[in-house]
Write a protein that binds this ligand. Structure first.
Ligand code: C5P
Length: 300
């Protein structure tokens, strides 16, 4: 085996409920992840050292040193498995960088799967997910894919049954938002307003809508506790969300920590219509349509 290619999806959070700040700097969450058909590819080739190249959009914003999450994943797996060889990683990015769609985590997940195969380590999926959680809270979900409830800091996953395909439109913004900064802004807003922070609970109506595959029932249940913080840091997201709602989206939310906005629609035709409308209204850098759920990181 001299080369392995892995395809890995982006995610949107259909529910992101943020609990109190923990002593370790993370928040306890109820995070309902949903993998959508926007994919990065990671190609791993045999090499003596660990290196990474990145191709695609906004690649100047992706670190190429040991801060790169795919590099960290490869080094972590090599260390745990006693592998002394290196790997040349090539990342083809389509998932927006720092866009709230877990693109960096996706690349880490893909690197774990690719190196596991390339080096003949053959760790089982559960072990890869444990390693993934050490790299980032969203990495285990990028391995799993589908739709899943994440608890803890988002890394403890329970798959959720979904009764059909959901159609989405994503409005990508200029520039990214730092996840840590958005969480910090969420804490600041809560403190400033004296909001009582309860223990996050999964929304059973949302799970029922997912189970029946009914976008009209899912739309009103979409919720993201990070949205006010993302809007505070990027006020023009309000215009983007409003534009989608006015054009008939069933639900409109900031994706994760933003600044990407996610719109749920009823059909592929409506996705195309909304995408054309959003492109024409100038409220986004670019607009893409996608469907979910899709599988997690897979060798292709
Ligand atoms: O786990 P990850 O490295 O992706 O998290 C990035 C940042 O997001 C953390 O450093 C933390 O500030 C914030 N975070 C959080 N609570 C979570 C997940 C992430 O506060 N459950």
């Amino acid at each position: 085996m001299t080369s392995v290619k892995v395809r890995v999806p982006a995610k949107v959070n259909v529910q992101l409920s943020v609990g109190p700040l923990r002593d370790d700097g993370y928040h306890d969450l109820v995070n309902v992840f949903h993998a959508v058909s926007i994919f990065d590819e990671v190609i791993a080739e045999e090499a003596d050292t660990v290196t990474v190249r990145v191709e695609g959009e906004a690649v100047d914003q992706v670190p190429l040193d040991d801060d790169n999450l795919a590099v960290r994943a490869a080094r972590l797996l090599a260390g745990r498995a006693g592998v002394t060889r290196g790997v040349s990683l090539r990342i083809r990015k389509t998932i927006p960088v720092a866009g709230g769609m877990a693109g960096g985590s996706a690349d880490a997940a893909a690197a774990l799967v690719a190196c596991n195969q390339l080096w003949g380590v053959h760790l089982p999926p559960a072990d890869l997910m444990e390693l993934g959680a050490e790299i980032g809270s969203d990495v285990p979900f990028a391995l799993l894919g589908g739709t899943a409830v994440g608890t803890g800091r988002g890394e403890q996953l329970r798959p959720v049954e979904v009764g059909g395909a959901f159609q989405w439109v994503f409005a990508l913004a200029d520039g990214g938002l730092s996840t840590a900064r958005v969480y910090a802004e969420c804490d600041r807003l809560r403190q400033a307003t004296g909001a009582k922070v309860g223990w996050p609970e999964v929304n059973e109506r949302l799970l029922a809508a997912l189970r029946t595959g009914d976008p009209k029932a899912l739309g009103p249940e979409l919720a993201n506790d990070l949205q006010p913080a993302a809007i505070m840091l990027r006020s023009r997201l309000v215009r983007t969300l409003d534009a989608g709602r006015e054009r008939g989206a069933l639900g409109a939310i900031v994706s994760g920590s933003g600044p990407t906005c996610a719109f749920l629609v009823e059909s592929k035709e409506q996705a195309t219509d909304l995408a054309v409308f959003l492109r024409g209204s100038g409220v986004a850098r670019s607009v893409v349509t996608a469907e979910g759920p899709v599988a997690g990181a897979v060798i292709v």
